[in-house]
Ligand binder design. Structure first.
Ligand SMILES: Cc1cc2nc3c(=O)[nH]c(=O)nc-3n(C[C@H](O)[C@H](O)[C@H](O)COP(=O)(O)OP(=O)(O)OC[C@H]3O[C@@H](n4cnc5c(N)ncnc54)[C@H](O)[C@@H]3O)c2cc1C
Length: 461
């Protein structure tokens, strides 16, 4: 059933996947391998934002930045080192190893090798199982899966649209760095890229409209990150309102009340906009102006239509998109679940220190009516030994004696979090968690102290 890329002559399929982000690619490959006739439709690059403009290139930059930090720490812990940053090796790795120079030939081949057909173009729902791609209509007899993802959101700040600002899609293509940078947006993407630049010696200012960095996370995590940013020499302006942006003579100027910021480059990392415009949602009985889609536990949004990934607002992460893709595969192949469950969604901001969370924050837990109890502690002996700071905060349901969420801030926080991820997912009783052996002196041993505090608060033992 393989077709030559972009030249498929068949018009009828069992499944059509519109937008091939990580989840859509997964659905197309798995259903094709199961023997269904599958068409994948992608207007840009198969794989979506993550491999070409998001997770992978940004994490390559972060790996390099962490190497710089480690080399500088020699002066504190082990002698003398002189560090001369060079962005060249990172740029080369991103171009050659991560993105094949932003070419998806390998990904398209993977799709076709699995037995799916592929069309490059912009797809839109056309009604009655139809998907129109640049004037040609294809029909899905079983289902259509939408995985159209997001584009960088650009806030309506006067003057901004007329300037040559960067988004993440420009930042990952850099071959050399500016001397100074303003980042609009102190969320995960803005913080990660800001800190990379700072470790490479760029003078960085982060401007955030909320009253703290990584605002959806626990306030304690934001405080820890703001301290780390100050130590890295990053200026952070929170509760900031940008009145205008202009660009002249190679310099950006941002007006903020009575303050003016100037920098050589400007990065906009102020949220994402769901790609739902012009998708023909009205043809399946949905509001064409929808900003987010609201699927059921099988990811269905209408009869014969499924939606996955960032556009369903359950967590804009690659692992969530792929998790939802697996749910759709179960449904399309007639399996009996498991269906989508969001109690233990995990997320990591890959800064130094990493901010890694799972499940509910204290605020979200209180708002959802949980009988909340919390406990917080530092990274214990290992933190002291390595001179790394961080924290663990656990959020528990007193009445059920289980954890409903938590955050780990620290080196490799995303790895340390894994035990917490399991505890929230499997609803392991706090008493069971507490009476395990915590290897000494690991970072994760710090859970023990926090769990003890939590147990004394909840009345557990
Ligand atoms: C800088 C950055 C860093 C990130 N880091 C991480 C991280 O470390 N970990 C993590 O889990 N997540 C991270 N993310 C988020 C992650 O990239 C997304 O959550 C992930 O890509 C899943 O998105 P998605 O499945 O919704 O689709 P996307 O990856 O957005 O892909 C959607 C695809 O659909 C295509 N498309 C859109 N409209 C149409 C149409 N009408 N017809 C045909 N094709 C269409 C698009 O071209 C695109 O290729 C990061 C994002 C950014 C920007």
């Amino acid at each position: 059933m393989t077709q030559t890329t972009g030249e498929t002559t068949d018009r009828e399929f069992d499944v059509i996947v519109v937008g091939l982000g990580p989840g859509g690619e997964h659905v197309a490959i798995k259903t094709a391998q199961a023997g269904l006739r599958v068409l994948g439709v992608e207007e840009r690059l198969v794989g979506g934002e993550c491999p070409y403009f998001g997770c992978v290139p940004s994490k390559m930059m972060i790996a390099a930045a962490e190497a710089l930090r480690g080399a500088r720490r020699v002066n504190e812990l082990a002698g003398r080192s002189t560090v001369t940053p060079d962005f060249g090796p990172v740029a080369t790795r991103i171009r050659e190893e991560a993105t094949d120079d932003w070419d998806d030939t390998v990904a398209v081949k993977r799709l076709e090798d699995a037995g799916a057909s592929f069309v490059r173009g912009r797809g839109a729902l056309a009604g009655d199982g139809g998907v129109e791609v640049d004037g040609t209509t294809y029909t899905a007899t079983t289902g259509i899966v939408i995985n159209t993802g997001t584009a960088p959101g650009v806030p309506p700040i006067p003057g901004l649209a007329e300037t040559p600002y960067w988004t993440n899609r420009d930042a990952v293509k850099l071959t050399e760095l500016p001397s100074s940078l303003v980042v609009i947006g102190g969320g995960a993407i803005g913080c990660e890229l800001a800190q990379v630049m700072a470790y490479f010696g760029v003078r960085v200012t982060v401007v955030e409209v909320a009253d703290r960095l990584v605002a959806p996370e626990e306030p304690e995590a934001s405080e820890a990150l703001e301290r780390a940013f100050a130590e890295t020499g990053i200026q952070v302006l929170t509760s900031a309102s940008i009145a205008s942006v202009s660009y002249a003579d190679g310099q950006f100027t941002l007006a903020l009340g009575d303050q003016e910021l100037t920098a050589e480059k400007l990065l906009v990392a102020a949220g994402r906009r769901n790609n739902l415009q012009g998708l023909g949602l009205e043809h399946v009985g949905l509001d064409p102006e929808s900003r987010v889609l609201d699927p059921d536990e099988r990811m269905r949004i209408a009869d014969g239509v499924w939606a996955i990934g960032d556009i369903v607002g359950k967590g804009a992460f690659t692992h969530v998109s792929m998790y939802q893709g697996a749910v759709v595969v179960n449904d399309l192949l007639g399996r009996d679940g498991p269906w989508a469950d969001y109690r233990a969604v995990s997320r990591v901001t890959f800064t130094v220190p990493e901010v890694a969370s799972v499940g509910l924050t204290e605020k979200a837990a209180r708002e959802s009516g949980v009988d909340v109890v919390t406990a917080t502690g530092d990274l214990g002996s290992r933190g002291w030994i390595t001179r790394e700071s961080g924290l663990i905060k656990l959020v528990a349901d007193r009445s059920r004696q289980v954890l409903v969420g938590g955050v780990v801030v620290g080196p490799a926080g995303g790895e340390i979090m894994s035990m917490l991820e399991l505890a929230v997912h499997a609803e392991v009783p706090i008493a069971t968690l507490l009476h395990q052996h915590f290897a000494y002196p690991t970072y994760h041993r710090a859970y023990e102290t926090v769990l003890k505090d939590l147990a004394s608060e909840t009345g557990g033992r």
